[in-house]
Design a protein. Structure first.
Ligand SMILES: Cc1cc2nc3c(=O)[nH]c(=O)nc-3n(C[C@H](O)[C@H](O)[C@H](O)COP(=O)(O)O)c2cc1C
Length: 185
């Protein structure tokens, strides 16, 4: 029986996304006692406070439901112009306006990314700053930075580098331990 439910969210919408590839690798690697699903951001519009509470788009409601069930998150964080990609920020913004911030508050999150020269370090540290306000608890270590333009990924965006795959395993284990420490599970 699964005792930890993790939701993965990738900030990239493109088919060959390396960041989404990281989450697909997580899905392959999670042990049986962890349930892992991936949010679909394709149809999520920009947050707009004029959208009434009873008029939220289906795509947003589906992710809210996944978030409500999630004990923990994994964010795959592309770097756009030195910061986190808008699709990821946008779903965090949507979630943060739910009553009592209940979808996010107090939950652990592991962060990873694939990008240019610094492997998304800059965007990940911006994301960590966002986590402060929305009261998410990022895993400090291990960190995961990778080059989206290297042979670590195949052309479909799948992670194929054995050393990096080991790092993903370590992150999954560390997130499970961090979730226990926070008494989420
Ligand atoms: C609008 C835009 C801005 C970008 N800015 C950066 C950047 O500041 N730093 C960086 O490392 N890569 C940057 N990149 C390159 C992305 O890291 C690269 O396209 C990466 O593959 C995106 O992740 P994905 O494969 O998951 O889509 C940028 C890409 C786009 C489309």
């Amino acid at each position: 029986m699964s005792n930890l439910n993790i939701l993965g969210i990738s900030g990239s919408l493109r088919k060959q996304s390396r960041n989404s590839g990281l989450l697909r690798k997580v899905a392959e690697l999670v042990p049986e006692n962890i349930s892992f699903s991936i949010a679909d951001l394709q149809q999520v519009p920009f947050y707009n406070a004029d959208i009434p509470a009873d008029g939220k788009p289906e795509a947003v409601l589906k992710i809210f439901d996944q978030m409500a069930k999630a004990d923990a998150f994994i964010f795959a964080c592309p770097e756009y112009n030195y910061s986190l990609a808008p699709a990821l920020k946008n779903i965090i913004d949507w979630a943060s306006r739910q009553p009592d911030n209940a979808l996010l508050a107090g939950k652990p999150v592991a962060i990873m990314g694939a990008g240019g020269g610094m492997g998304t370090a800059r965007s990940q540290y911006h994301l960590r700053q966002v986590c402060v306000f929305v009261d998410l608890y990022p895993l400090n270590k291990p960190e995961f930075f990778s080059s989206a333009f290297s042979e670590s990924y195949n052309e479909d965006g799948d992670l194929v580098d054995e050393h990096k795959i080991e790092q993903i395993k370590e992150i999954i284990n560390a997130l499970a331990r961090w979730s226990k420490t926070l008494a989420v599970k």
